[in-house]
Design a protein around this ligand. Structure first.
Ligand code: ATP
Ligand code: MG
Length: 237
């Protein structure tokens, strides 16, 4: 069974179709890459999937259940969590306290939440920073913190919006490792990313958006040799 079904999803802002009749499915445990030019509608699709916006048309089915109309906190409790393109940690709280906020989605016990949070801080390899204030972290570590916060909600499906954006090659490599580690935990992932080398390495399949519409879908090799994708996004380098 598909863990996520996107069925004819459209999202209109006035006259602008940020998403237009987008359909695809994800099977459990896979990594789906979501790519496309700036303004293609990638983040909007994340917002429609995770309850930040209701889709104007179409349906989002997660784990067999219709998500339309559910609020983000309800969606998160059902097992879907997303990161934000622009990371905004709670700057005056420590790393582990930031992650506890995610863990409190699953427990009312502060002690238990702290344990869950520390586990995820270790998964993203920030244990040496656990008691640092989040506001003082460099960007590479903020991005890892963002991933730890969502992992602490114990998702079945994780949606990552440009977690490698603004990182240097060594930092990006660490995030790639992290995404592959998360796959080993059995968590399904959808990953928005502009770095094609990275997306090729991690994705089982890729969906390409352009001007709100699905331009192509397939395995990474099919996508990079697709003339429409090359014309709209990749160029001929
Ligand atoms: N809340 C909003 N109100 C009005 N227009 C919006 C809103 N959110 C997004 N848009 C518009 O929808 C289109 C798609 O934006 P979106 O942020 O989804 O693109 P994206 O593919 O994530 O781009 P990027 O790669 O730059 O992050 C853009 O034209 C954007 O200006
Ligand atoms: Mg975006």
């Amino acid at each position: 069974m598909a863990i996520l079904e996107i069925k004819h999803v459209s999202k209109f802002f006035g006259g602008l179709a940020a998403n237009s009749d987008v359909s695809f499915e994800m099977s459990e445990g896979m990594i789906m890459g979501l790519i496309g030019p700036n303004g293609a509608g990638k983040t909007t699709l994340f917002n429609c999937i995770t309850g930040y916006y209701p889709p104007s048309k179409g349906e989002v089915i997660f784990d067999g259940r219709r998500m339309n109309g559910l609020q983000p906190d309800a969606v998160c409790k059902l097992g879907m969590a997303r990161t934000w393109q622009k990371v905004r940690p709670l700057a005056k709280m420590t790393v582990v306290d930031n992650v506890m906020v995610g863990a409190l989605c699953r427990t009312n016990s502060l002690k238990k939440a702290r344990e869950l949070a520390m586990e995820q801080v270790r998964v993203v390899r920030l244990d040496h920073r656990a008691d640092f204030l989040a506001g003082g972290l460099p960007i590479g570590e903020r991005k890892k913190l963002e991933v730890a916060r969502v992992l602490a909600t114990q998702p079945k499906l994780l949606l990552l919006d440009e977690v490698m954006g603004g990182l240097n090659p060594a930092e990006s490599e660490e995030i790639i490792r992290l995404i592959l580690d998360i796959r080993k935990l059995g968590i399904t992932q959808m990953v928005i990313e502009h770095d094609m080398k990275a997306i090729m390495r991690i994705s089982d399949r890729i969906v390409v958006l352009n001007s709100g519409e699905k331009l192509a879908e397939g395995e990474p090799q099919e996508i990079v040799s697709n003339p429409d994708v090359i014309a709209a996004y990749l160029g001929s380098e």
